[in-house]
Design a protein around this ligand. Structure first.
Ligand code: FES
Length: 148
């Protein structure tokens, strides 16, 4: 049995005890604090050379309009085109509880899970976003964006 399976089995066990919601998480996280972090969801470095986005591709069309954004679920990144005409990229993984629910609107990043907000530099702008978001460097060469 590997570590992931052990964590699932522990959670399943607690659920079978009749615990749910906050009481379940209180007991589950109390067993070991490392169980509250999904190690596979921590934002890590991107592949060498970065990730490219072709602005002429239909899938990236939103990046040609200020305020638009694209989510890359393969690499867990969100790329946005800000209202001042710069490109910014952050991790898709929220620093609050690790949900992959970061979106972009009205010049800020927003997590739809519990409402964490972050400015264009990744700095948290409310309590749930206080830990900030990992940001990446974005370079533009012609119609190609590279996130690294
Ligand atoms: S996981 Fe994003 S606000 Fe809670």
């Amino acid at each position: 049995m590997n570590i992931t399976q052990e964590k699932i089995d522990r959670l399943t066990f607690l659920k079978k005890l009749g615990l749910s919601g906050a009481s379940l998480m209180a007991v589950y996280c109390g067993v070991t604090m490392t169980s509250c972090t999904n190690e596979g969801d921590i934002a890590g470095p991107l592949p060498t050379g970065g990730i490219t986005f072709d602005l002429t591709a239909a899938a990236n069309a939103a990046l040609n309009t200020k305020g638009g954004y694209v989510v890359d679920r393969t690499n867990n990144i969100v790329v946005a085109y800000t209202s001042d005409g710069t490109y910014v990229a952050v991790t898709l993984i929220c620093s609050h509880e690790g949900q992959k629910q970061i979106t972009y609107a009205t010049n800020k990043f927003y997590c739809t899970a519990h409402g964490a907000t972050f400015d264009n530099s990744g700095k948290g702008t409310n309590s749930n976003g206080s830990a900030g978001l990992k940001t990446y460097t974005v370079t533009k060469n012609g119609s190609i964006l590279t996130v690294s």
